[in-house]
Design a protein around this ligand. Sequence first.
Ligand SMILES: [Zn+2]
Length: 166
Amino acid sequence: MAPKGRGGRKVVVPESFFEALGIRLVKDFGPNAAESLLYEIGRDAGKAYARSAVHGLGREIGTEDGVRTLLRRFGEFGWAQIRFVSLDTPSKFAVVEWREGVGVPRGGSPVPVCHLGRGLLSGAAEVAFGAPCDAIETKCQAMGADHCEIVVGVPDRVSRIAEGAE
Ligand SMILES: [Zn+2]
């Protein structure tokens, strides 16, 4: 069992757990409710994770270096192979490549499916940037893309991307 840190107990589960969870939520609650449940669960986990990282660092994350360190740690936990396509710390905005995300099928979906991943990033970004954040997925491996791409940051900027203005 993993040690009990400030962020509470951490449990390792097989990847199949996440795919099964997504399928089950869609089946029982429909795609819209499943999407927001996964996103909110992800956000809570992302915030908790970032807060425990802040505690571990002993300082706020809000520098570019701090944000990069946080993302690297996320990758080490096995959520995905993650890298920044762009990072604008002063503007509290980033584009993240999310490759081989946990529980993400390769192709076959008409819509992006990484609601848990986008939630994790938006929750963590909220703590790291110190401002309310949102996240949208602009490419998804489940739709046949080479990798997933998640735009995360302050809602104004993210919604401009969603509307295709940037
Ligand atoms: Zn995806």
